[in-house]
Design a binder for this molecule. Structure first.
Ligand SMILES: NC(=O)c1ccc[n+]([C@@H]2O[C@H](COP(=O)([O-])OP(=O)(O)OC[C@H]3O[C@@H](n4cnc5c(N)ncnc54)[C@H](OP(=O)(O)O)[C@@H]3O)[C@@H](O)[C@H]2O)c1
Length: 215
């Protein structure tokens, strides 16, 4: 089994936890972040080559510490996100933090050449022909998408293959019980997308099942 270490940011539950489970089941080494490693949520008791790291994505000191604690990553998945909080907090967690985290990881040289960066966005951040507000959550994911597009050329120049991903509408705390997709289906699709990513796909918006999404 090749050693392709993966970092999953925001992994205590939902899609993030399932990504960790699946990569571990495949025999990969996984670095996973949770806000408190003493309370790792759904990661408690998982078997495999798992290292837990403390990270609240709003905390610049914890971001710096994480960037100094990981190395030689083949894949970085920024999964953390929220939809029920004051607008400023939603913007900070969903739009500001992912860019800050990835910039810190790249600056510290934690990603292998041609390593993959996948940031969870949402179809709700796709502006298409809309002119009004997308709501706080949609606005935050739209802002993330815009900033991602601003940085994509620079990140490619630094050796990364980077994409934003809509994971589908998934049965999690965020997605609710009536969502059509299980975490298993979504995480399997996201992992396939990442494993088969080509340089031509860099800088673009993809769905969990490998379709390109319009901005
Ligand atoms: N579920 C869907 O239908 C759906 C659809 C489109 C996009 N997405 C996106 O997919 C990603 C995962 O969604 P999900 O449904 O799995 O959500 P979830 O079940 O609500 O889990 C969210 C994860 O993000 C973490 N997180 C939240 N705020 C954080 C912070 N400040 N610092 C560190 N970690 C933080 C949570 O950690 P704690 O346990 O510590 O709070 C948790 O592990 C999100 O980016 C979401 O926007 C989901």
């Amino acid at each position: 089994m090749p050693n392709n270490p993966v970092l999953v940011i925001g992994a205590s539950r939902g899609i993030g936890a399932e990504l960790v489970r699946q990569y571990l089941a495949d025999g990969q080494m996984v670095h996973a972040t949770v806000r408190d490693p003493a309370e790792p949520g759904e990661l408690a008791g998982l078997d495999g080559d798992l290292v837990l790291h403390r990270l609240d994505v709003r905390d610049p000191d914890e971001i710096t510490e994480l960037a100094q604690s990981v190395d030689d990553l083949a894949v970085i998945i920024h999964n953390a996100g929220i939809n029920r909080a004051p607008r400023a907090e939603i913007m900070e967690v969903n739009a500001v933090a992912p860019i800050r985290v990835i910039e810190a990881m790249l600056a510290a040289g934690t990603l292998r050449p041609e390593g993959v960066i996948a940031i969870m966005t949402s179809q709700m951040g796709a502006r298409r022909d809309r002119t009004g507000s997308l709501g706080d959550y949609g606005d935050s994911k739209e802002a993330l998408n815009l900033e991602f597009r601003n940085r994509a050329d620079d990140w490619r120049g630094r050796g990364a293959l980077a994409i934003v991903v809509h994971p589908g509408w998934v049965r999690t705390d965020m997605g609710g019980s009536s969502a059509p997709l299980s975490v298993e289906e979504s995480a399997t699709g996201v992992r396939d997308l990442i494993a088969n990513l080509t340089p031509e796909q860099h800088g673009r918006f993809w769905t969990w099942d490998g379709r390109e999404h319009p901005w």
